[in-house]
Write a protein that binds this ligand. Structure first.
Ligand SMILES: C[S@@+](CC[C@H](N)C(=O)[O-])C[C@H]1O[C@@H](n2cnc3c(N)ncnc32)[C@H](O)[C@@H]1O
Length: 286
């Protein structure tokens, strides 16, 4: 018989008041809207955190959250819990074809003979698959004769996702959308075969950096001559005015002629941003 009793499983639902206070906090901090329809989802995600902290009830967790010294520390975890981090290698693959066939040649053609160092920014990078997909495509272009160098920055508000992105270790299944020749070239298999994991090769990890950045911040600590910004599948969580502000601010970090790529359900965002030209439904240029 075990003498260690399991932590009691948190029960119950969030009260209206507690749901509202969490929803307001999250929207203020990271822009993500949590309308009443998301309540069950939020409760489900908070259960795990509540259990980890040994609270017996979701409402107790929220009460504690708002006590003086808790919030700063707990907010990082709360953000990890409420963000939706779904991503894939080669997600929305036409963006990577566009980058290879149109965007990079166009960006190189205006730089003349100078060695060109392209800057790519994955601005809601999740676990890094978007940034590493760009790295694979660009490196493959160089191997097949294009003359440029590149650096990639991935930013996200979720600390847990950034940790995964830096480690660059993924389940082998995640390679399904990666063309076979690229998967062979750019991923190392775990020495322990039973782990079914792969890791991005160090050559591309060295060119890809990750740091925490909140798209809601009043200014972004990022260069102002970025060539291509990916901002995909994050704007949908923001309300319209927040989307507009974020896109407007992102554009101030693009070099003239630079590209902004958004997710397929986000194609309408450009209308209120001056100077942004639509090239394709989800591709914009300044
Ligand atoms: C659904 S994932 C999209 C990942 C990737 N861009 C893609 O399309 O595959 C959304 C990401 O946006 C991040 N995110 C949400 N709000 C954010 C904010 N205010 N600032 C920065 N990142 C944010 C989440 O942590 C999550 O990793």
């Amino acid at each position: 018989m075990s003498l260690i009793s399991a932590a009691p499983s948190p029960v119950g639902h969030l009260s209206d008041r507690h749901f509202r206070s969490i929803a307001q906090l999250i929207e203020r901090q990271v822009g993500i809207r949590l309308p009443p329809g998301k309540r069950i989802m939020l409760e489900g995600r908070l259960h795990k955190r509540t259990r980890a902290l040994n609270y017996s009830d979701l409402n107790e967790y929220v009460e504690q959250l708002f006590t003086a010294d808790q919030l700063d520390h707990e907010l990082t975890h709360l953000i990890d819990v409420v963000t939706t981090n779904k991503t894939d290698f080669f997600r929305e693959p036409q963006h990577f074809s566009f980058m290879r066939e149109i965007a990079v040649p166009a960006l190189l053609s205006v730089r003349g003979r100078r060695t060109c160092n392209l800057k790519i920014w994955s601005s809601a990078s999740s676990s890094g698959m978007e940034a590493y997909t760009a790295a694979m495509v660009l490196d493959d272009m160089i191997r097949t004769g294009s003359r440029f160098q590149f650096r990639i920055l991935g930013t996200d508000v979720s600390t847990a996702m950034l940790q995964l992105a830096k480690e660059a270790i993924y389940p082998r299944d995640a390679l399904a959308p990666v063309p076979e020749n690229l998967a062979k070239r750019y991923f190392l298999s775990s020495v322990d075969r039973s782990r079914q994991e792969v890791r991005m090769v160090p050559e591309l990890r060295r060119l890809t950096h990750f740091m925490r950045m909140n798209l809601m911040d009043a200014s972004y600590p990022i260069d102002r001559d970025v060539d291509i910004i990916f901002c995909r599948n994050v704007l949908i969580y923001f309300e319209r005015e927040t989307q507009r502000k974020v896109v407007e601010q992102l554009c101030t970090h693009l070099r003239p002629g630079g590209y902004l790529l958004v997710g397929h359900s986000e194609s309408m965002i450009h209308s209120a941003v001056p100077g942004l030209k639509q090239v394709q439904p989800t591709i914009f240029r300044v």
